[in-house]
Structures are given as C-alpha cells and as structure tokens.
Write a protein of this length. Structure first.
Ligand SMILES: Nc1ncnc2c1ncn2[C@@H]1O[C@H](COP(=O)(O)OP(=O)(O)O)[C@@H](O)[C@H]1O
Ligand SMILES: [Mg+2]
Length: 407
C-alpha cells in the first residue's frame, strides 16, 4: 500500500497544526469550558475556511488533546440524525460520583460534522433543523466544519446563535514551507529550500495539495525549482473545474457567486470557460438559450467596464456569468461532466507559440544568411524539399523544423 503523506502527517495535537494561532486558542478555550460541571453556553463550534488548511485536523487534534472520543457524523445519511440525538443526550446519565463523592466525568464524545456544507442537501431543511435541535440539548461538544460559514448560517439564525464561529485563514507560506521541510527530513527526501518555498507559495494555503505535490515530486531524486514548475497549472485547472461545476450545478445564485470569488481568476478569462462549457452542461435548448443570454450580457458589461474604466460594472458582469448562468437552467443536470479547456485560449496560446518559434527561426536565419525575416519564405520552401540540410545549417529543433515545413 502506498502511504498517503497527508494522513501520515496529519497533526495529532493542536499545537502541531500549522498557522491559525487565534483560531486554535479559541478552540482550546471552548474545549476547556467542557471540563467543568456546567456545560459551556455554546455547545457547538463552526470551523470555517478554505479547503486543505487544517480544519478537520484541528478538530481531531483538539479531541485528541482533550481525551475526547470522536463520533463522526455523516449527515447525508438520514438515519444518522436519530443516532446523533442519542449520542448527544447521553452525557448526563454517564456522569458518576467516585467513592469519595467526588464528581467523575465520563469521557466526552466530540460529535464531528465534517464538510457540513455538503451534508445539508440544498432542499433539505430537515437536516439543519435536526442539527439545531441537537445543539440545543446536547451534553456533548459538537464541531461543524464548513468551507463557507455564511452560506451555512444563512439557512438558520438559530445555528448562528447556538455556535461559536472559528474562522480559519490560510497558513503563511513560511509555515507551510517549514512543514514541508520537516516531512522531507523525515522521509529522507532531498529538496532545495527555494523549491519548497515555491511549492508553499503555489498551493495558496492549501496544505493538503502541497503535501500531495510533495509526495509526487519525491519520486525524483532531488526536488528543485524546475520540478515544482513542471507541476504547472494542474491544481489551477482542478480549481477551475470545481468552480465551473458549482456554477453549472448549483441551485442558488449565491452559491455560484461565492464559488467564483474563491477562485483567483480574471472574470474575462472565466467567462471563456463558461462559454466553452455551457453547451456541454446545459443540454436542453431552453436552458442553453437562457444561459448564453447571460453570457452575452456579461460580455457586454465586461467590455463596457474596460472601455469606461468603470470597474463597478465588473461586479455586474460577474453576477451575470455566475448567478445568471446558474439560474438559467430549469433544474440541475445530474452526473459528472467532463469540462473542456476553452478553444479560444488554446488557439491563442498556439498562436503565441508560433510567434515565438517564428522569431527564433528568423534570428537564426539572420545569423547564417542575413536578411532574417525577408529570407524566411525562401527558407521555408527549401526546408520543404530538404528539411535535414536546413535543420543542420540552422541548428533547428524539432518544433522549429516542423513549423517551417508546415508553414
Ligand atoms: N494547518 C495544518 N497543519 C498541518 N497539516 C495540515 C494543515 N492543514 C492541512 N494539513 C495537512 O493536510 C491534510 C488535510 O487537512 P484537513 O485538516 O483535512 O483540511 P481541511 O479540513 O481544512 O480541508 C492533513 O491530513 C494534513 O496532513
Ligand atoms: Mg476537512
């Protein structure tokens, strides 16, 4: 079995969790309040923040520090609500008195609802109500982990009132790089310091993805900058696909909008992705029609905002391409969609590459025969007849030669 470094190096104690000093302190304070006879006022905590920054780890580590058992709840399973009621209520009866009459608390159980954003189905208000109910009467600590705090509490004011909010931020580049260095040391992997800093920077706070990349890169004898750069835009595309899926498959305008905000992508660029993939996702003509209406309106606003330097118009454009497109469908299409890279961008980058090749070749012609660009067409003709000689004379690479021959 390949060991998964993310699991292997999951922090065991809260002080091993990188970053979020304040968040960790709040958690500790809250947990401390469970030690007494009186239950703390707020039975639950909502830990919110971006993926891969240590939210789940912090909850588990806290439980470990406190000696709490963890009951992980999968609330997508309806039956769980019944069992959680049971678990949440048991605390009081389990408390006993020692022989000398002193109070002996039984082991606490942490009820953990991980990825609670997904747990409450979109129409499933019952799930939220059940959790609120549990938060009211629980004798046990409860932690909900979500990516987006506001989208959760907007469903229920009670949820907001009954919980403590702990917002996790992206850990710093330095903190992440140090962690990566420690892992390398432990695994006997040789790595440039600069390369680890680069990895830490590229992951934008997502430690999970940084560790995954590290494990992949560790297959090479030494990790250097070039290795890291070769990972390229992989994560970026994954991110884009995820946000596209949110926009296309979500039921609420808000969700589509926030998904885009989590992405570090220029709106005009993102619109190309929407434009390319809308007809792949929206199969009903009416949905497609309405969808493209929003795409074209969005494009209009983008152009206006650029022309007039009126960047408030950007936010309209963004609303149209996210919330607008999301609401264009009658109902979401089920199942997985394989999204495509925008063909316009592909063409552009090919064109850019061609331009690069062309200017390299012109330079070489200039060195050998002079009159660089004026001789280009002539050299092309010769190359078609005798590619090898031309390649040898000009010292051309394969790509350059094929550019000449096909052009
Ligand atoms: N702050 C952190 N400190 C140490 N390791 C972390 C941290 N954040 C993430 N990791 C690593 O990434 C993995 C996934 O983290 P996790 O806590 O599940 O992230 P989240 O719940 O925020 O998506 C962990 O198993 C751990 O190896
Ligand atoms: Mg998690």
């Amino acid at each position: 079995m390949i060991d998964d470094w993310c699991e292997k190096y999951r922090p065991k104690a809260l002080n091993e969790v990188v970053g979020n000093k304040q968040g960790k302190e709040r958690l500790m304070e809250w947990a401390g309040a469970w030690k007494g006879r009186e239950k703390p006022q707020k039975k639950g905590v909502i830990i919110s923040g971006n993926p891969g920054i240590g939210k789940t780890s912090a909850a588990l580590a806290l439980a470990n520090d406190m000696g709490w058992e963890v009951v992980e709840l999968n609330a997508s399973d309806k039956r769980d609500y019944e069992s959680i009621n049971g678990i949440a209520g048991v605390g009081a009866v389990n408390e006993t008195f020692g022989i000398d009459g002193s109070f002996v608390p039984k082991k606490k159980r942490l009820i953990l609802l991980d990825e609670a954003d997904n747990l409450f189905g979109r129409e499933d208000r019952g799930g939220v109500r059940a959790i609120v109910e549990v938060l009211r009467k629980s004798q046990q600590p409860i932690i909900l982990v979500v990516n987006d705090y506001y989208s959760l509490v907007s469903r229920s004011g009670a949820l907001r009132n009954l919980t403590l909010q702990v917002d996790f931020r992206r850990p710093t580049k330095r903190g992440i790089a140090n962690l990566l260095a420690k892992i390398c040391e432990f695994e006997g992997v040789e790595a440039d310091e600069g390369a680890l800093t680069l990895l830490a920077e590229n992951c934008k706070g997502d430690i999970r993805s940084a560790i995954r990349d590290l494990q992949l890169l560790a297959l090479s004898p030494k990790i250097d900058d070039e290795n890291v750069l070769s990972l390229g835009g992989r994560d970026r595309e994954e991110d884009l696909f995820r946000v596209l899926a949110k926009v296309f498959k979500s039921n609420t305008a808000q969700e589509a909008r926030t998904a885009f905000q989590s992405l570090d992508e220029a709106p005009d660029h993102f619109l190309l992705w929407i434009d390319e993939n809308l007809p792949i996702e929206y199969k009903k003509p009416a949905d497609m029609y309405r969808g493209f209406y929003f795409v074209s309106r969005s494009d209009l606003f983008l152009n206006r905002s650029a022309k007039r330097q009126a960047y408030v118009l950007w936010s309209y454009a963004i609303d149209l391409m996210t919330a607008g497109v999301a609401s264009a469908k009658e109902k979401p299409y089920q199942g997985f969609t394989r999204y495509r890279f925008p063909s316009y961008l592909k063409k552009m980058s090919l064109a850019r590459k061609d331009r690069g090749l062309r200017s390299d070749i012109v330079k070489k012609i200039d060195e050998v025969w002079g009159r660089g660009s004026k001789n280009l067409d002539l050299v092309k003709e010769i190359a078609k007849k005798d590619p090898e000689t031309v390649a040898r004379k000009l010292d051309l690479g394969d790509e350059e030669l094929s550019f000449l021959v096909k052009g």
